[in-house]
Design a protein around this ligand. Structure first.
Ligand code: MG
Length: 377
């Protein structure tokens, strides 16, 4: 791969950078930079620890070998750091955003998020995990005497809101400080595809381990994987199938990350962009895969939707997620007096649906299962 520095459009992150501003001024730390401090605040947050108890795709009934949201988050972080380092972007910012990228997710993976969103939609509201993550870092985490929340830098809060989605300024006046009329910095843009690369490859791995996917079917449905599998099989005809599988999957992951780095570099330099403001004012997101690799990515994603995410084997988990979340939501809407005191104290200001959704969204899989058992007594 060619040298690919994009340092000229990285977020500076030094003391003079307005993106390091915090809602409450704090003295500078003697040896940690602003984004390093934010990274440490995220890692020490309760919401971050709870990721260990949340489903990524497979609930714990499968086995302890499968990814949960915490191990997924660590994998995304490694990819985001690799990309940021190769492009000479702000590695501390990319790392912090990757660590925070899933803290707004409810229990039970995607099925849990859909169930929660359905409950809120029925009451004229929505559940959005990025906006929920912002509420967590601004309100729900309470660790400091002088302020509520984690008092994160502007760049980190902007990235939490915008890494995977562009919000229309007219629909979200409450987000006005996050430059909604402009694109986020490259560090934030990179998180969306780092996430996608991490889960596509990890879900293939876990899907094979769970015996829901088969190697033959995978080779037919995911050409990018098949290319690497044929290569390693040709090179090591005697090797065990499982090792060939891992080598091929590693090749696939590496090819996606390499392509992301090279294509992003080409997009930025090809558009003549010379600084962060140019990134923000570009006509489209610049962190992308090449058209050929994008096609490969889409094939892999469509395959996983067909064969894994909607597989019959996972139906039981999805139905349990729906029943638990909908059941508890409706239970607490009927009996708000049974909510813990902290949640009850927010009812007047926030309204019952939002308070119940926030409470449920924070739960781990085990905790919500216990709550559902108690509610049905
Ligand atoms: Mg993720």
């Amino acid at each position: 791969m060619q040298a690919t520095s994009l340092r000229f459009c990285a977020v500076a992150g030094d003391a003079t950078d307005p993106l390091t501003a915090r809602a409450h001024n704090e003295p500078r730390h003697s040896y940690r930079g602003p984004f390093q401090r934010d990274r440490d605040r995220i890692i020490h947050a309760r919401a971050f620890r709870r990721l260990a108890g949340k489903t990524q795709v497979f609930t714990h009934r499968y086995s302890d070998h499968f990814r949960n949201r915490l191990t997924h988050t660590i994998e995304v972080t490694q990819i985001a750091r690799t990309v940021a380092a190769a492009l000479e972007l702000n590695e501390d910012l990319a790392e912090t955003l990757a660590l925070a990228h899933d803290i707004g997710h409810p229990p039970f993976g995607h099925a849990g998020e859909q169930a929660l969103d359905r409950q809120l939609r029925a009451r004229g509201m929505r559940f959005d995990h990025n906006l929920h993550a912002l509420r967590i870092v601004e309100h729900f985490e309470q660790r400091y005497v002088e302020f509520r929340g984690l008092n994160l830098t502007l760049a980190v809060r902007e990235g939490i809101v915008k890494h995977s989605h562009d919000y229309a300024p007219a629909d979200h006046p409450e987000l006005r400080e996050y430059f909604l009329d402009r694109l986020p910095p490259l560090e934030a843009q990179s998180i969306d595809l780092a996430d996608e690369i991490a889960y596509l490859t990890a879900d293939i791995d876990d899907g094979i381990e769970a015996d829901i996917l088969s190697l033959d079917d995978l080779c037919c449905g995911v050409p990018l994987f098949a290319d690497f599998y044929r290569q390693v099989e040709g090179k090591h005809p005697e090797a065990a199938g499982k090792l060939l599988f891992h080598e091929a999957l590693k090749g696939m992951l590496n090819a996606l990350v390499n392509d992301l780095i090279v294509t992003t570099h080409t997009n930025v330099t090809g558009a003549g962009i010379g600084d962060l403001e140019g990134v923000r004012r570009a006509s489209r997101r610049l962190v992308q895969l090449s058209p050929a690799m994008e096609q490969r990515r889409r094939e892999a994603k469509e395959y996983l939707f067909r064969r894994l995410y909607h597989a019959e084997d996972l139906d039981q988990s999805h139905a349990m997620a729906e029943e638990t979340i909908s059941g508890l939501f409706e239970h607490w809407m009927k009996h708000p007096e049974q909510l813990p005191e902290t949640q009850q104290s927010q009812l007047e200001a926030e309204g019952a649906p939002r308070v119940v959704a926030d409470y449920i969204a924070g739960m781990t899989d085990n905790f919500i299962a216990d709550q559902w058992r108690l509610a049905r007594r």
